[in-house]
Ligand binder design. Structure first.
Ligand SMILES: [Zn+2]
Ligand SMILES: [Zn+2]
Length: 327
């Protein structure tokens, strides 16, 4: 499908800075008509042949420039439940790159040229969001040690405590990216997204961007979500008995129950720069503006630049924690 302007027939796209549909040809807002049809091999607008990759769900026709959303890749088993719309526009993404790298003397000359930066594309990356209920049952023996000196004698007093904890934690939307192409480490650096901004999926949000369907199903990737839930639960548990000098564990039972799973799309700006036979990839969180990447001259570790444009909720924003009972 594509989105065509009622007033001028141009291709209408979702414009992040306006937060709505916009026709770049005549300047109309929310003037779109949905034109259904087309296939993975032919442009619905001009009929030109298309070269679509295995996981592509939205793309741009090289011939007429229309942004196409592929019906069969956003419907049925591939229909996303949720999506965070782009909030950072292409101009803002370019400005973020320029601000970070513009004045670096050692970067190759055309690295920051307008022509190169024009190739930046917005991509919706597939994610699974898992909900869990965790029941944690802990029993141990904690000690507190007190020492003092009287004359030439040092006294040490050790007190023993029976420590019992029962904790119920609810995890809401633990994200795991479902794209082979996206390095897991990069995606982790780009988090957090503000999941309060999740919207119900509508194909029009994808007009103007590229998109990918999930490359692996929810069951295949669940291990990564479970590990995150487990680690977070254990951290909370340890924090709850932090006041003891030592802890001997008798019972440490953590039960995870999956409460739901959602297929969601997250916005990412992507800029690939080719230099001396190597491609350097930069990613910008399409919601927060956080920039991830390395320049061709600093070939060290991948850096994360905190370029958020609005205040984020805490790092653990996917945790909706409710302590039912702490003994
Ligand atoms: Zn128009
Ligand atoms: Zn076309």
């Amino acid at each position: 499908m594509i989105f065509k302007c009622k007033n001028c027939g141009g291709n209408v796209v979702f414009e992040p800075s306006r937060g709505r549909m916009y026709c770049p040809h005549c300047g109309s807002e929310d003037s779109e008509d949905t034109v259904q049809g087309g296939s993975l091999t032919q442009c619905v607008n001009c009929g030109a042949p298309l070269q679509v990759q295995d996981y592509t769900s939205a793309s741009q026709c090289e011939h007429c420039g229309s942004y196409i959303v592929f019906n069969e890749r956003v419907e049925g088993v591939y229909e996303p439940h949720l999506l965070i719309p782009f909030r950072i526009s292409k101009e803002q993404a370019v400005a973020i790159m320029e601000k970070e790298f513009g004045r670096r003397v050692f970067t190759p000359l055309d690295f920051m040229s307008t022509k190169s930066l024009e190739k930046m594309v917005g991509v919706y990356v597939p994610f699974w969001l898992y909900d869990y209920k965790a029941c944690y049952d802990f029993a141990g023996e904690g000690t507190r040690v007190r020492s003092w000196r009287s004359g030439n004698t040092e006294y040490v007093e050790t007190s023993y405590y029976e420590v019992l904890r029962k904790m119920d934690v609810e995890f809401d939307k633990i994200p795991v990216d479902a794209s082979y192409a996206m390095e897991d480490g990069v995606m982790d650096l780009m988090e957090p997204y503000d999941y309060r901004m999740l919207q119900n999926f509508e194909p029009r949000y994808m007009s103007g961007f590229y998109g990918e369907v999930y490359n692996q199903g929810a069951p295949e990737l669940e291990g990564r979500a479970q590990a995150k839930a487990r680690n977070a639960s254990e951290e909370l548990m340890r924090a709850s008995y932090a006041g003891y000098s030592s802890m001997k564990t008798f019972r440490n039972d953590l039960e995870l129950q999956r409460d739901g799973v959602n297929y969601a799309l997250m916005p990412v700006w992507e800029y690939g720069y080719r230099y001396k036979d190597k491609t350097y990839l930069f990613h910008i969180n399409g919601q927060t503006g956080r920039l991830i990447g390395r320049t061709p001259v600093s070939v060290g570790k991948v850096l994360s630049y905190g370029a958020s444009v609005f205040a984020l909720v805490t790092a653990a924003c996917y945790l909706a924690i409710r302590f039912m009972e702490i003994l």
